[in-house]
Design a protein around this ligand. Structure first.
Ligand code: SF4
Ligand code: SF4
Length: 332
C-alpha cells in the first residue's frame, strides 16, 4: 500500500539504476531511502534485484511506516540507461594515477578492472582515462522476455525508457504491458533530448513524442508519469548539471500530456534551488546523487560482510543524511 502524501510534499523517487545489480548496496539504499520517505523506488527488472529491494524496504517499514512502491525499468530499444563500462587492466600503464578509480561513485574500479556487479553505467569513468581505454556496452536485464519478467516480478509500476524516434518499439512494449494482465499503479515514461539525431535535439520534438506516447498509453487507464531526462546518464554529478533538467522542464513542463511531471537526469542537491518556487514539477527522481552520499557508509558495512542496518548508529546517520537530501522536496 502506498502511503498518503502530505498535500505539499513532492513525489520523490529513488533510482537504483536500470543496470545496477549490486544487490547488497541496493538492499541498503532501499532501506535508507524508504526510511527517509521516498514514494517510489526504481530498480532493474530482475528477480534477485527486486528481492533485495523488497528486503531493504521491509526493514525500514518496521520502524518508519513508509511504503514506497516498487517500479522496474524497461526500455523499448538500445538505451543509455542500460549499459555498463569496461576496460582491460592489462593495458593500463603501472604508473597511471588512476583517475577512473577516483571518479567512480560506487567504487567499482580497482586494479583488476571494473567489477561488473557494482557498475551501473553512470558514465563518469568513460572520459576519465587519458588513454581512452574505457568503453561502454549494452546491458539490459529485461530485454528478451518482458512478458515473463513482468509476471515473475509483479511490480507496482513500470518505467519505459524511450527515445523520440522509437515510436514503433514503444507501441510494442505498451502492448506487452496491456496483455500482461499485471495490474500497475503507474506507468512512467522516461525520455530526454538526444544529440545524435537532428529530430531529437529540440524540446518541441520531445513534446510531440510524449503526446504520441500518451495517445498509446491512455487506453490502459493507468496513471502516467512523464520523466523528463535533463541529461541522461551523463555521469556528471556537478551542481550545474541540474540546470539541464530544470531548463527542459521550464521549456515544456506546462505543455506535457496529463500525468505527473518528474525531473531526472542530472538531478542533485542543487536542483530545487534552480527551480522557481512558483513553478515546481510534481516530483523528482534521484539516482547518482542520492547514491553517492551513501556509498562510503555502505562500503564500510560491506567490507565487514554486513548490511548497513546491522550498524544502528551508522544507519541512523545515513537516514539523517538522506532526510536532509530530500528535505527541499518535502512540504516545499
Ligand atoms: S564510473 Fe560509472 S560507468 Fe564507470 S565503472 Fe563506475 S559506475 Fe560504472
Ligand atoms: S585511467 Fe585508464 S589507464 Fe589509468 S587505470 Fe584507468 S583505465 Fe587504466
Amino acid at each position: 500500500m502506498i502511503k498518503t502524501k502530505n498535500k505539499t510534499d513532492k513525489w520523490i523517487k529513488l533510482i537504483c539504476g536500470a543496470s545496477n545489480e549490486d544487490i547488497v548496496a541496493i538492499e541498503d539504499l532501499c532501506a535508507i531511502y524508504t526510511a527517509a520517505g521516498v514514494d517510489y523506488i526504481d530498480v532493474a527488472a530482475e528477480e534477485s534485484i527486486v528481492h533485495a529491494a523488497k528486503k531493504g524496504i521491509k526493514w525500514a517499514q518496521k520502524v518508519f511506516k513508509n511504503s514506497p512502491g516498487l517500479m522496474i525499468s524497461i526500455s523499448d530499444g538500445n538505451d543509455i540507461h542500460f549499459r555498463k563500462a569496461k576496460f582491460d587492466p592489462l593495458k593500463c600503464p603501472p604508473n597511471c594515477p588512476r583517475p577512473c578509480t577516483k571518479v567512480c561513485p560506487t567504487f567499482a574500479i580497482d586494479n583488476s578492472g571494473i567489477k561488473k556487479s557494482k557498475c551501473y553505467g553512470c558514465g563518469r569513468c568513460l572520459n576519465s582515462c587519458p588513454l581512452n581505454l574505457i568503453s561502454e556496452y549494452e546491458y539490459n536485464l529485461s530485454k528478451d522476455n518482458l512478458a515473463s519478467t513482468l509476471k515473475k516480478i509483479e511490480p507496482d509500476a513500470v518505467e519505459i525508457h524511450t527515445e523520440i524516434n522509437r515510436l514503433d518499439s514503444f507501441t510494442k512494449v505498451a502492448s506487452i504491458l496491456k496483455n500482461s494482465g499485471i495490474k500497475l499503479d503507474k506507468i512512467s515514461v522516461s525520455c530526454g533530448l538526444n544529440q545524435t539525431f537532428e529530430k531529437s535535439r529540440k524540446p518541441e520534438y520531445l513534446l510531440k513524442a510524449l503526446w504520441e506516447r500518451y495517445e498509446i498509453l491512455n487506453e490502459l487507464n493507468i496513471p502516467l508519469i512523464w520523466q523528463l531526462d535533463g541529461r541522461p546518464m551523463s555521469g556528471d554529478l556537478a551542481p550545474t548539471t541540474s540546470r539541464a533538467a530544470v531548463k527542459l522542464f521550464e521549456k515544456i513542463g506546462s505543455d506535457l500530456p496529463p500525468g505527473l511531471v518528474q525531473l531526472a537526469g542530472g538531478t542533485n542537491a542543487k536542483t530545487h534551488k534552480f527551480l522557481k518556487s512558483d513553478n515546481l514539477p510534481d516530483g523528482i527522481a534521484f539516482g547518482s546523487a542520492a547514491r553517492k552520499i551513501m556509498q562510503p557508509l555502505i562500503e564500510f558495512a560491506h567490507k565487514n560482510n554486513k548490511r548497513l542496518y546491522e550498524y544502528p548508529e551508522i544507519m541512523a546517520l545515513a537516514i539523517k543524511k538522506a532526510q536532509k537530501f530530500l528535505k527541499p522536496w518535502k512540504s516545499s
